[in-house]
Design a protein around this ligand. Structure first.
Ligand code: SIN
Length: 202
């Protein structure tokens, strides 16, 4: 991040993965909106939060692509929140997640709000845990069974899809929604089998 961003006393941080539903740092305000020129893909591997060394989970990263955009949430941190949030996110996203930082232009959905420069965490293919593309069914099957120190990989997927439906109504995200559908198809029979095995309650 450029030092002058701190000197203004305000920094915007854009989230497009778990940050949209679980920022876990203090912020002044948040806005739903999008960044242009990037697509969101479940192409990054996660051996800490949502997977393990033996069974890496799949989490989202951003890939540059013209004529596309990615929706999420931008959080404004001010004063001491800047250093606190950057220290926290450095561990969560960079050290444990393998993401690097970039600056992007964030466009709020609320058109009365101006666009701002925002810090975003992106994992690239030179990262050792990067997994790259796979079919929808392969990605869904992996997410259905992985679990890390922060929780189940499927929770990450379902909460992100829920955020898109609730906070960005009418915005399509075919990659995300097709993986959600395929993942639910994988786990539905398992849930039904578990229900059948559960002892009957009198
Ligand atoms: C992350 O922000 O990538 C990790 C946190 C989580 O999976 O809940």
């Amino acid at each position: 991040m450029k030092p002058q961003d701190i000197r203004t006393g305000s920094l915007w941080i854009f989230g497009y993965g778990s940050l949209v539903w679980k920022p876990d740092f203090k912020y002044r305000r948040s806005l739903v909106g999008f960044i242009r020129g990037y697509k969101r893909r479940f192409w990054h591997g996660d051996t800490f939060h949502r997977g393990s060394d033996e069974m890496p989970g799949r989490v989202v990263t951003l890939l540059e692509e013209d004529d596309t955009c990615t929706w999420g949430v931008a959080f404004e941190v001010t004063g001491s929140q800047i250093e606190e949030s950057l220290a926290y996110l450095n561990i969560r996203e960079a050290v444990r997640g393998g993401y690097g930082t970039h600056m992007v232009e964030f466009v709020p959905r609320d058109q009365s709000q101006p666009s701002v420069q925002a810090l975003v965490y992106i994992a690239t293919e030179d990262n050792p845990t990067y997994l790259g593309p796979a079919s929808t069914d392969e990605i869904a099957a992996q997410i259905a069974v992985c679990r890390g120190k922060t929780g189940y990989n499927i929770e990450y997927l379902l909460r992100l899809a829920e955020f898109m439906r609730q906070s960005c109504p009418g915005v399509d995200d075919p990659h995300l929604f097709s993986i959600e559908k395929a993942c639910l198809a994988v786990i539905r029979p398992l849930l039904l089998a578990a229900q059948k095995c559960a002892p009957a309650v009198n």
